[in-house]
Design a binder for this molecule. Structure first.
Ligand SMILES: O=C(O)CCC(=O)C(=O)O
Length: 239
């Protein structure tokens, strides 16, 4: 997949749909070689983080991590990941969807790992984990086909329009507190994507990922992009 392709990955219709519904899906953002490269590096990195093979995470994981094992990409890998076509394309997509200039974006990486048998990722808004302004956008790419069996994303359309809802902790993760907000989750749908495809969502979009009932792991990589204006705010809060 060459770099010129990122322009052709989305249309005006995608941009409109993202603004109206709070997410889109794309069948491909990486080719087979790129997926193979990310898969090798992903396993090396997870092994280095936890000190055992990814398949053995279940042995050492807590209850929280038996739903989804989630980590930031270690600093040592960021330079190398920033050289990838996925990074350039994902940034260009976020710039096109948000109207921001690519140079205004600050991006961070997350790894979401579900071994076979791991539970659901609870309904939440990413904004619950972040400071204002709530303008970040996530590009989420599975390294295996993500479907109902393996743990695909589910989105509640239009839910990014109503700000941040109250959340509570459930097994160590934040989840929308449905006793305090009336969400019609029956309107949500599953959005399966193949390996190397992606979903892109706004940080206020209510979403969830199903449990991994399949035989193998479901590895996913997310690039979270926010306008640079967020950086001073993060620094202020961290002080
Ligand atoms: O991969 C998952 O299970 C959940 C991912 C997610 O919630 C996100 O990228 O915001």
């Amino acid at each position: 997949m060459n770099e010129a392709n990122h322009q052709s990955l989305i249309s005006q219709q995608h941009i409109q749909s993202f603004c109206q519904r709070g997410f889109i899906t794309l069948p491909s953002i990486c080719n087979a070689d790129e997926i193979a490269w990310f898969s090798r590096r992903y396993d090396d990195i997870v092994t280095a983080i936890v000190g055992c093979k990814p398949a053995e995470i279940a042995r050492i994981s807590s209850l929280a991590e038996s739903h989804v094992f989630e980590r930031s990409l270690p600093l040592s890998a960021r330079e190398e990941f920033a050289q990838t076509g996925f990074y350039r394309r994902a940034r260009a997509l976020v710039a096109a969807l948000s109207g921001a200039d690519d140079s205004q974006l600050r991006c961070g990486w997350r790894l979401f790992f579900k071994l076979s048998g791991f539970g659901e990722t609870f309904w939440h808004q990413d904004a619950a984990y972040r400071p204002e302004p709530f303008d970040s956008i996530t590009v989420w790419m599975p390294l295996e086909d993500a479907n109902l069996d393996s743990g695909c994303m589910h989105y509640l359309p239009h839910s990014h329009r109503n700000g941040l809802h109250p959340h509570r902790r459930q097994h160590g993760h934040l989840t929308v507190d449905t006793s305090k907000v009336d969400l019609d989750l029956a309107q949500a749908h599953a959005y399966p994507v193949p390996a190397g495809g992606c979903t892109i969502h706004h940080c206020c979009t209510v979403h969830y990922a199903s449990a991994n009932a399949g035989p193998g792991p479901r590895r996913a990589l997310a690039l979270v992009c926010a306008r640079a204006a967020l950086a001073p705010e993060l620094a202020r809060r961290a002080a």
